[in-house]
Design a protein around this ligand. Structure first.
Ligand code: CTP
Ligand code: CA
Length: 225
């Protein structure tokens, strides 16, 4: 009920949110992935919808039910996510990249199931495209780009580097080692970093963290006008 009563301060804004992990195929029965649950991204998509935005959610495979009244585009791999995101991005006012995109994929996907042998096995990996970096390099004037950063050490320093390298307006950093933060939890502890500010939010639900993040984004956008 509290959510329904929230102010519609995102009316008329087109927002693209990405969420969840990607899966990178090894063979027809195996893939590489990570522990992302998708909860942070889904909470952001829902909060944008409740605040009146026109929301597109590009999501990797998760166990979550997508929020109503959101345009959901399901994808599997980093390559699929790149295609889906870049085909919709030119239209968007705000892009929030909460997805945990694989950095590497198997260089060759075996058409048949790989059989075990008595020897050690190894997998040759190749880099995926950095979707966020591409978006930063192709950002149109007035478009707001917010990334996420997952670290286990040197969170501030590493996240600031990502903000700069990817030409972002904001990055929401979280340290996996802080209690209550991370992939599988319903809470998070995020630090909101912009080129000239750092604000650490307290431990809160991912739903509340989503609302706070949007408050910060809207405040920044109106200041930039
Ligand atoms: N990201 C992306 N495409 C990739 C990898 C990451 O769009 N191929 C985005 C994520 O969605 C996130 C941001 O980049 O918003 C940061 O992701 P993160 O994994 O924390 O950082 P990386 O830049 O990938 O660096 P590293 O994993 O080495 O820390
Ligand atoms: Ca990464």
């Amino acid at each position: 009920l509290k959510a329904c009563a929230c102010k519609k301060d995102m009316k008329g804004l087109k927002v693209l949110v990405t969420a969840g992990p990607t899966q990178e195929a090894v063979d027809p029965v195996r893939f590489l992935t990570n522990h992302s649950s998708g909860r942070m991204g889904y909470s952001i998509a829902k909060a944008c919808m409740l605040r009146g935005a026109d929301v597109t959610l590009v999501t990797g495979p998760t166990r979550l039910t997508a929020p109503i009244a959101v345009n959901v585009i399901p994808v599997i791999s980093a390559r699929d996510m790149f295609e889906a995101v870049t085909s919709h991005s030119p239209d968007m006012d705000i892009i929030i990249k909460a997805a945990a995109v694989a950095d590497y994929r198997p260089a060759k996907v075996s058409e048949e199931k790989v059989k075990k042998s008595d020897d050690n096995a190894s997998l040759v990996l190749e880099r995926t495209d950095d979707i966020l970096r591409y978006l930063g390099e192709h950002k149109r004037p007035g478009q707001f780009l917010c990334g996420f950063s997952m670290e286990t050490e040197h969170m501030l320093e590493n996240s600031k580097k990502k903000l700069e390298k990817k030409h972002l307006d904001m990055i929401a950093a979280n340290n996996l080692k802080v209690p209550g933060a991370g992939f599988e939890t319903s809470t998070n502890v995020i630090t909101i970093i912009t080129p000239d500010s750092v604000r650490e939010l307290e431990l809160m639900s991912k739903e509340d963290a989503a609302f706070c993040l949007l408050d910060e984004i809207l405040a920044r956008r109106s200041r930039a006008k």
